[in-house]
Design a binder for this molecule. Structure first.
Ligand code: SME
Length: 152
């Protein structure tokens, strides 16, 4: 599979962030950018911390679960541990929440505001082991650009 050129993706994200910093259009276009650019994915989007749990934010892909409690599933674990979760096989991840039975691997990265996790970026793939250390580095840079620009 072709490697993603995160240099270009992240440059495009910076362009989008210069055009608009409001979290809704920025996250909406950020998820569309990932959806257009990354090969072999079936979901890309955001969950935002609201009312003590994660609530579905802008995304591309199939209809997804709306609420995720802290510590539940891959997203809730990324929030609780404040740490990127790179999961090669979701069926082996205790408590994985299967929004789409086609998903086999997943990466979730926490997004911070004022030192706290404020949201997570979640990307799913129908292939086992889809996400590499290159994807982790590129997507953590993607999230850093969001953190530096987004207006909540
Ligand atoms: N699989 C995620 C839930 C969100 S969907 O993948 C869009 C999880 O276990 O947290």
């Amino acid at each position: 599979m072709d490697k993603t050129d995160y240099g270009i993706v992240n440059l495009q994200l910076k362009g989008l962030a210069e055009a608009e910093k409001h979290w809704v259009p920025l996250m909406a276009n950020a998820s569309a950018l990932l959806w257009e650019t990354l090969k072999d994915i079936n979901w890309a989007g955001f969950y935002c911390v609201s009312g003590g749990r994660l609530v579905l934010g802008p995304f591309q892909g199939k209809v997804a679960c709306i609420h995720i409690e802290k510590g539940r599933g891959v997203c809730g674990t990324a929030w609780e541990q404040d740490k990127t979760q790179l999961v090669p096989d979701v069926h082996r991840f205790p408590g994985h929440i299967a929004c789409d039975s086609a998903s086999s691997s997943e990466i979730v990265i926490p997004i911070h505001s004022e030192g706290e996790v404020r949201a997570v970026l979640d990307i799913d793939s129908p292939s086992l082991g889809r996400f590499s250390e290159d994807d982790r580095a590129g997507l953590e840079e993607f999230v850093k650009i969001l953190e530096e620009n987004i207006a909540w």
